[in-house]
Each structure stands twice: as C-alpha cells, then as structure tokens.
Design a protein around this ligand. Structure first.
Ligand SMILES: [Fe+2]
Length: 308
C-alpha cells in the first residue's frame, strides 16, 4: 500500500482530464472503495498526524491528504453539536465556487444535507435569494455524492461524529501559472503540507471570484446573502482534537505504533486521548459548539424556502 501514490494518481487523472465532471463520476466507485479501505485511510492519516505540531495546531476539522494544483483531497470530520441541538447547520448555506466535489462517507451515520440547483443562488428578488432545492437527503455510507461548481448546499450537524473522504478539483482545466496566482498565499506543496496549508479552513480556499455571494442564511423568513462571512477556524484545539480521536476510534486507527513517535511532543490532554484510544476505552463524542452566527435550524431554512 502506498497511499501517496494513490493520492497522486487521483490528482493526475483529474489534471489530465478535459472533462472534469465526467472524470469525477468515473472515479466515484473508486472513491467509495477508498473510503472503506482502512489501510489507505490509516496510512494517509499517519502521514498527516506525523507532521510537526499537528495536534497543537488542529483548529479545523480537516486532514489534508494532498493539495496539488487545483486538486484537494481531504478527510472531513462532521462532529455533533455540543449543545445537543437537533437539525442545526454545521455551516451556512454555501457553494464552492468553481470547484467540483465528490464525497463518500468513511465512518459514522453520515449527515443530513440539502443541495440546491446549480446557480439558483444567483436568482434574486430584491434581498431574497431564490434558492431551489435539488435534494434533501442524508449522506450515508455506500455511494459517492457529487456537488457541482456553484451548487449551493447546507450540511447539518449529525447526532454522532461522521467523516468523509472528499475530492475537490476545478470544473475546468486551469493552467498551473494561473493556479499559483490564485493561491499565492498558499504554498503548492504536496508531500509535507506546510503549516499554512494544514491549518487553513476551507473558507480560505473557496472565497474566490464570486460576484453573487458564496454564503447564505435564513433571516426574517427569507434566505439572504451572508455579508462579512468569517470562519477562521472550526473550533479551539481543545474541541477539535477530541473530535479527531473520536474519528480514529471509529475507524480503529488505534495502533500504539502510530502514536509512539508523537506522544512526547504533545500536551497531557492529547497524551491521555492517545492512551485511552490505544487501550480501547470508549471516547466521548462531545462535538463542537460552532459559531452562533452560523447556527440555523433546518426548519428555519425549509420555511424560508417555502419547502415545508
Ligand atoms: Fe461545502
């Protein structure tokens, strides 16, 4: 097993393709297989957590496995809401600009999500964003789901932690030079992602070139564009690291040798999590509190869409 080779093959296949959307669909079975391939997931994770100060900088819910050109391959954790609120958004309604996304559930029961018709967020009636629902469903294990470029969607906190394997690429071939310009803040490295790349949130990657907004939310019974959206991180290290360990427990990423080398570099809290994980003690699934400004209920959204 050489997880790096597999990741690079996926990136190459996308980079060499003229019809990116078609290539995503062609890969769907493979992505689903990889999300179930413990060896692949374990090896990829091990590469991530072995990078220097991984846990001390863990403030977002991603493990970036590869960032190369316009392709991003990551594991994304979806924890529950620590306030025990049901059907609460994990983030605002948003779209990923020019990026395509294929995603498959690795662990947990998945999450509820609503996807909207591509570009329907561009239709407006004054302040009202006339989003049209395409699908209101639960993304569960088995099968890869696809999100088109400029296709808005919203994800709700699950009741217990879920994780996905996510593959993003541009929706059309982009010249390397242009990509470098677009990402001049982020170094284009793949083998050992720099600190900047490892610690960035997805909003850093997606707030690009959108004239009709990237983020939306319900307000006063209608959907409006979110102004001044800011999401520097998903939570504090104290919240995020236990979510990561809950995910490790779910996928039996609990071999002592995975953690031996890093134990001494970490705080007592992380060491305790490591020891509990290795010894098979059940870990808590407390989730994250999130940000009150990004917390909306499913009903609030469906009401604003006149969908209920
Ligand atoms: Fe998204």
């Amino acid at each position: 097993m050489n997880s790096e080779k597999i990741l690079r093959e996926i990136a190459d296949e996308l980079h060499n393709s003229r019809d990116r959307k078609k290539t995503h669909f062609k890969m769907h079975e493979r992505i689903d297989q990889l999300s179930n391939d413990k060896k692949f997931i374990h090896e990829s994770l091990l590469n991530c957590i072995s990078t220097k100060k991984f846990f001390s900088n863990a403030t977002n819910l991603f493990f970036y496995l590869l960032i190369e050109g316009d392709v991003i391959i990551a594991i994304n954790i979806f924890p529950p809401n620590s306030n025990n609120m049901n059907d609460i958004t994990h983030d605002n309604i948003h779209h990923h600009g020019w990026r395509l996304l294929s995603t498959s559930v690795i662990s947990g029961q998945g999450y509820d999500t609503i996807s909207f018709k591509k570009k329907s967020h561009e239709n407006r009636d004054e302040n009202r964003v006339l989003l049209e629902v395409e699908e209101n469903y639960t993304h569960t294990k088995g099968g890869t789901k696809f999100l088109d470029s400029e296709q808005a969607h919203v994800v709700f906190h699950p009741k217990s932690t879920a994780a996905t394997l996510a593959i993003w690429s541009a929706d059309h071939p982009i010249k390397t030079q242009k990509i470098k310009k677009m990402f001049k803040r982020f170094p284009m490295i793949n083998k050992y992602l720099s600190y900047t790349a490892r610690s960035m949130g997805l909003s850093d990657l997606f707030g690009l070139n959108s004239t009709k907004g990237n983020y939306f939310h319900p307000e006063g019974g209608i959907i409006v564009e979110t102004r001044n959206y800011s999401k520097p991180h998903d939570g504090s290290v104290n919240e995020i690291v236990p979510c990561m360990f809950k995910f490790f427990e779910q996928i039996q990423f609990n071999d002592k040798k995975y953690f031996d080398k890093i134990l001494n570099d970490n705080t007592q809290d992380v060491q305790n999590l490591c020891n509990n994980l290795i010894q098979g003690e059940p870990l808590q699934d407390n989730g994250i509190s999130g940000d009150a400004r990004r917390r909306f209920s499913k009903n609030q959204i469906l009401d604003a869409l006149n969908y209920n």
